[in-house]
Write a protein that binds this ligand. Sequence first.
Ligand SMILES: C[S@@+](CC[C@H](N)C(=O)[O-])C[C@H]1O[C@@H](n2cnc3c(N)ncnc32)[C@H](O)[C@@H]1O
Length: 298
Amino acid sequence: MIEQFETTGFICAEEKTSYGKYEAIKPYFYDDKRKIALYNGDALNLLKRVPDKYIDLIFADPPYFGNQSGLVIKRNDGHADSFDTQKAQWAYSKSLNYQFEFHYSWLKEAQRILKEGATIWVTGTYHSIGVINVVLQDLGFKILNDIILHKRNAPPNFKGSCFRAVTETMLWAKKNTKGRTKFNYKVMKELNGGIQMKNIWEYWAEKNPFRHPATKQTIVLEYVILAGSNECDLILDPFAGSGTTGYVAQGLNRKCIMIEIDSNYCQLIKDRIEGKYGEFRRKTKTKREVQKPASQVC
Ligand SMILES: C[S@@+](CC[C@H](N)C(=O)[O-])C[C@H]1O[C@@H](n2cnc3c(N)ncnc32)[C@H](O)[C@@H]1O
């Protein structure tokens, strides 16, 4: 089954029916033209089916496990009437032991499937990112940067109980300490007006016409994918959510595999990739790309 990857670009249950001890699985959605595959299932199992050293870049926005309040907060700030902090079950609070085991399981597989020199980008809340940081180090990843995502129009702290949280941390790490890091330094510098790019990325969050409580902004994925991969590279997102990674990857002419456990979100991802919420529009371009748009067929 996995051999199909080379020809189609994805893990598809086509001619062969098994890979090793596993039965073949069919993607929920596979777009041959855009080179995007989506699997509806548990990343902890599905990642085991990807061959060693296969992936050029991983972006992951795993469950946060920090949602402790269970509150439905009433709002009087002109936005929606209330904000249900417990809507997303995957964000529910879990013990530290559980969190360590969860992150250890998927990050171990992520490390195995990354090519040498390739990188992983992991976002999290201020609770979850601490656990992820320790697990990355324990597994022997090389942490390259902590990138601060500064949302300039972040909502207020509704209760006024602490500071307004406007940032999120994204850890950028290499598979291990060996070899050269896959990093398009010059492209990022050019996108930043010829100045070396900092580890603080500021942006204005845009509203989406669909519902997912944790959709990442496309500009963040645009930077990640441009910095850590090249055209036709294969990208993987094990916690796809609303599919931002695949949506941006196809727009930047990269192949992408996504995994999402919730089938309702899978339908949303499919719709999004097919352009039902609008075609991807790139926000950044280097001078060369403005003059000569990418055209490589993958
Ligand atoms: C923080 S959201 C990701 C949001 C995504 N970055 C986006 O831009 O839409 C995490 C997603 O992981 C999914 N998820 C949780 N546990 C999972 C698992 N074990 N395997 C695969 N997906 C999982 C949730 O359903 C949720 O949609």
